[in-house]
Design a protein around this ligand. Structure first.
Ligand code: AIR
Length: 167
């Protein structure tokens, strides 16, 4: 388990393996940009189930509002996290297995009814962070403004592409 953290975390990011850490760091970088504190943990759901349960129980008490769970192969981690909390859980499937992550994508998106996991694209830690921020922004108008500003910057960069001159 690692305890990389950028402050008093509102988003708990957990990866199934050190090999997934890149996506977690990309998520944390976007959250940093939006001034949302997060923490990264490395806990495999089936190799260390007790540690995962401790992390989830403690995380809520420490103020974690949204979880991002990142895993490849038989990617049960997001579903297991969701089974132990009523906070929103966003799953990020990782490539590396069948058809560049199709196995993990299906494992995460095909949660049977009753316990949902919101799923983003394969390896897309950035979108997981943006979705986590959007969820938090429902009750945080300053964050809502930062998200809107980020979108405006993104749109301006596209408008400034030389291919779009005159539009
Ligand atoms: N994994 C590890 N424990 C449970 C799962 N789903 C996943 C990791 C990683 C892949 O298996 O999320 O994407 C390979 O992990 P490792 O540790 O075997 O290299």
């Amino acid at each position: 388990m690692t305890t990389e953290s950028n402050g008093s975390a509102r988003v708990g990011i957990v990866v199934g393996s050190r090999s997934d850490i890149g996506a977690a760091e990309r998520a944390m970088a976007v959250l940093d940009e939006l001034e949302v504190d997060s923490e990264i943990r490395v806990i495999s759901a089936h190799r260390a189930p007790d540690l995962l349960a401790r992390f989830i129980a403690g995380a809520e008490a420490r103020g974690i509002r949204v979880f991002i769970a990142i895993a490849g192969l038989a990617a049960h981690l997001p579903g297991v996290v969701a089974s132990q909390t009523t906070r929103p859980v966003i799953g990020v499937p990782m490539a590396g297995g069948v058809s560049d992550g199709l196995d993990a994508l299906l494992a995460i998106v095909q949660m049977p009814k009753g316990v949902p996991v919101a799923t983003v694209g394969v390896g897309n830690g950035e979108n997981a962070a943006l979705l986590a921020a959007a969820i938090l922004a429902v009750g945080d108008s300053d964050l809502r403004a930062r998200l809107a500003a980020r979108r405006a910057t993104q749109a301006a960069a596209i408008a400034a592409d030389p291919a779009n001159e005159g539009l």
